[in-house]
Design a protein around this ligand. Structure first.
Ligand code: ZN
Length: 453
């Protein structure tokens, strides 16, 4: 199906003069302009009262945590205690069925906030894993029509976080990790700048869950197969302390030592980066998934994203898992970024609305190798979101194009397209019954609590 989006109040694009209409043909943005006429095979999408942005690109999530929000035992903990009392406590009891509904819920939250791509750092693998839990994530994304980048987590040691030391989870061997990952690669991974499904090699924690040899083997596998690489790094000071204690070097030097720096690598968090680490990341082209809401919630700190940007690092945004963010909204993340770096830098010009939307869209698309997405430009994939700003709480805004960012949640997505296919229509996320989803999640959570408590 082809579409003509007409009469948008504003469109976020570099095209001049101003654009109100977007023609979508064969999944691509075919034409931008004003007063375009619909061809006989085009459906008209009335964008009156809407602003059009490129769909947002979330570069770090843990969809499994969508059913672990607000766990009382973890509300006031920092990372290490929180890992033990929330995700690692529940992980062994997450069934393929619950994973499927958790993924649907998390992807629903992203879609209704204006995201069109999700990189999910999925780490529910252990020695006795079947493929079913992972398959549930691919299935949920495929059904909802969102782009999925599955970052395949792994642990080959019990590591130094208490969560993994409980004995409930037995790590995989390196051989299992590579063999299972290769099975996924053959089955799901697509190449190209507008792929709907991508696989990323993503040991769960660079410092804590692998040996240096295993990390180098994973890097070799990734580079031999042209896959990108991702992990958690320097979310808390413990990473730096442990790298020095175990390996006699800083965490960033350890990353280099294990062949884990480069323009094919990005890390979530990087809160505890000193000037030396920022310089190393910039020199090697290594990127960041900046997750400010989760960093606030766990009291981890604020990543030096503005200094990183000035050094030339590609800054992208991630919502992180909902067990440490309780949100799953890219608008929340972009709004938080817009605000928090002004406060952190004591400078109202530290962030701009346009830059924050770029962090949340084009930068993320480039980071994930999806460089035919992330911008509203002729020839790009039609990943487009239309925010309805004819709503009471936005009706007084004088900057319509930036209203969803400036005013934050709740936003109203009227339409959203991924590769030219509608994933949200008339304010409703397609291929999903909200009442049914709520019922299934409640049942799943009740079963989970019976198993764990
Ligand atoms: Zn994370």
């Amino acid at each position: 199906m082809n579409y003509l989006i007409t009469n948008a109040r504003a469109v976020l694009t570099d095209s001049t003069p101003p654009v109100t209409d977007i023609r979508i043909r064969d999944g691509l943005i075919a034409e931008l302009g004003q007063n375009l006429q619909a061809a006989p095979d085009e459906d008209i999408i009335d964008a009156t009262g809407c602003v059009a942005w490129p769909g947002m690109v979330n570069t770090h999530h843990h969809l499994a945590q969508s059913v672990l929000k607000g766990i009382p035992e973890g509300l006031n903990h920092g990372l290490d205690d929180w890992l033990a009392s929330v995700p690692y406590r529940f992980w062994p009891s997450i069934t393929p069925d619950l994973m499927y509904y958790a993924a649907r819920l998390g992807l629903y939250e992203l879609l209704r906030s204006g995201a069109t791509t999700c990189a999910d750092h999925h780490y529910l693998y252990h020695a006795g894993s079947s493929t079913e839990v992972e398959d549930a994530v691919w299935q949920a994304a495929d059904e909802l029509g969102i782009r999925l980048v599955l970052c395949r987590g792994s642990a080959t040691t019990k590591g130094s976080h208490r969560g993994l030391q409980s004995g409930l989870i037995q790590p995989e061997t390196l051989g299992q990790v590579i063999e299972r990952m290769d099975h996924t690669r053959v089955r799901y991974h697509q190449t190209g700048g507008n792929a709907m499904r991508k696989l990323v090699v993503a040991p769960t924690s660079l410092v804590h869950s692998s040996t240096p040899d295993d990390l180098r083997a994973c890097a070799d596998y990734a580079r031999a197969n042209n896959l990108k690489m991702h992990s958690h790094l320097l979310e808390v000071e413990f990473d730096e302390i442990q790298a020095k204690r175990k390996y006699g070097m800083s965490a960033i030097d350890y990353a280099e030592h294990c062949h884990w720096l480069g323009d094919d690598v990005w890390y979530a968090h990087l809160v505890w980066c000193d000037d030396y680490a920022v310089k190393k990341l910039a020199e090697t082209g290594t990127g960041i998934a900046h997750c400010p809401t989760s960093n606030c919630r766990l009291g981890s700190g604020i990543a030096p994203a503005i200094a990183m940007q000035e050094a030339g690092i590609n800054i992208t945004l991630g919502v992180d898992g909902s067990a440490s963010a309780e949100s799953g909204s890219m608008i929340q993340e972009a709004n938080m970024s817009w605000l928090i770096h002004r406060a952190a830098n004591k400078n109202p010009a530290a962030t701009s609305a346009g830059q924050m939307i770029r962090w949340a869209s084009k930068n993320g698309a480039d980071l994930l190798g999806l460089n035919q997405t992330g911008e509203i430009r002729t020839g790009m994939a039609a990943d487009i979101v239309l925010y309805d700003i004819d709503r009471p709480r936005l009706s007084g805004v004088h900057s319509p194009l930036y209203a969803p960012l400036l005013c934050g949640e709740p936003v109203d997505v009227k339409y959203s397209f991924v590769q030219g296919k509608p994933v949200v229509s008339k304010g409703v996320v397609n291929h999903l019954d909200e009442d049914e989803l709520v019922a299934r999640v409640k049942e799943g959570v009740a079963d989970l609590l019976k198993k764990v408590s």
